[in-house]
Design a protein around this ligand. Structure first.
Ligand SMILES: [Zn+2]
Ligand SMILES: [Zn+2]
Length: 299
């Protein structure tokens, strides 16, 4: 038990209230303290606080001492602890009272009545022990962001035709729908609604509500990194590879022979310069899988 707790134990409830009033700024007269506490005459309680060295009378004003602030803060800590649910109650070190800054603290111990502050008087982020946690969080965020950018902007190196082979018919239809809506994104329920008539026309009875249907399809596509949700997980977009698979599945609707994409192409992306051999992309008449028009190709 810390020394503030030991002193606090000796204080009557009204004496604690009296200390709280003084620490909260009611210091100019006994009547001001009495008005704040509203528990009868405060003279005996003030005297008790003076005897214990928690309050001093200075120039006709009642001032809390270093010890007084500490006992008051510990009292507050106990009251606030009920709302935090923490198993362990953060305690002050012997040289701290929660009021003055004590440098050299390594471990953040929240002072509940001053949210964000430690018993040492410094804010949380000023603690060395908090830095790795913050750095790790930042790193995870950056990794996540880099991953998203990579999925959107670059091929993963997986051949488009091979990815195409991994999808069932309704997953392909869903991917093409996501690709069609790539400018605004599409939500799971919008996708479900868009697919429903088609699947029912195929003679299947659907018991899913729209949202669940869309979600299941998006889950599978996301597993393969073919679609990606925005940061709020509401709207879905095709990744670089997803765009390639969608374009290839459109290409298959055209007549043979069907020119194929090369590694690193998805049909939407535009290469820095035209490739050496024109390969018609049926969904974009006159254009090649490399993103350039036929006239830009020498052959
Ligand atoms: Zn600290
Ligand atoms: Zn080309």
């Amino acid at each position: 038990m810390n020394h503030f707790a030991q002193i606090l134990q000796q204080l009557h409830r009204d004496t604690r209230a009296c200390l709280q009033a003084v620490c909260s700024g009611h210091r100019d007269s006994i009547s001001e303290v009495e008005a704040a506490v509203q528990a009868g005459p405060m003279q005996p309680h003030l005297q008790r606080l003076v005897d214990l060295g928690l309050v001093v009378l200075q120039d006709l004003r009642w001032e809390p001492t270093w010890l007084g602030h500490g006992v008051h803060h510990w009292n507050q800590q106990l009251l606030w602890a009920e709302s935090t649910g923490d198993a362990e109650l953060p305690e002050p070190r012997p040289e701290e009272n929660g009021d003055l800054v004590v440098v050299g603290c390594e471990k953040y111990r929240p002072l509940y009545c001053r949210p964000g502050y430690c018993w040492c008087g410094m804010i949380r982020s000023d603690h060395a022990s908090e830095a790795p946690e913050t750095a790790a969080h930042f790193l995870a965020h950056t990794r996540q962001r880099n991953r998203r950018e990579a999925l959107w902007n670059r091929t993963s190196g997986r051949p488009i035709l091979e990815l195409y082979g991994k999808l069932f018919e309704d997953q392909l239809v869903a991917l093409r729908q996501v690709h069609q809506k790539r400018a605004d994104g599409i939500s799971a329920s919008e996708l479900g609604k868009a697919l429903r008539p088609r699947l029912e026309a195929g003679g299947r009875v659907l018991s899913y509500v729209d949202h669940q249907l869309g979600e299941k399809l998006l889950e599978r596509l996301a597993e393969l990194d073919l679609v990606l949700a925005d940061e709020g997980s509401t709207y879905w977009y095709p990744t670089f590879d997803g765009t390639g698979v969608a374009n290839w599945s459109d290409q298959l609707l055209g007549p043979a022979p069907r020119p194929e994409p090369r590694l690193g192409e998805n049909g939407d992306w535009i290469a820095p310069r035209a490739c050496g051999h024109y390969r018609a992309l049926f969904t974009a008449p006159g254009y090649c899988w490399c993103g350039h028009s036929q006239s830009k190709h020498r052959s």
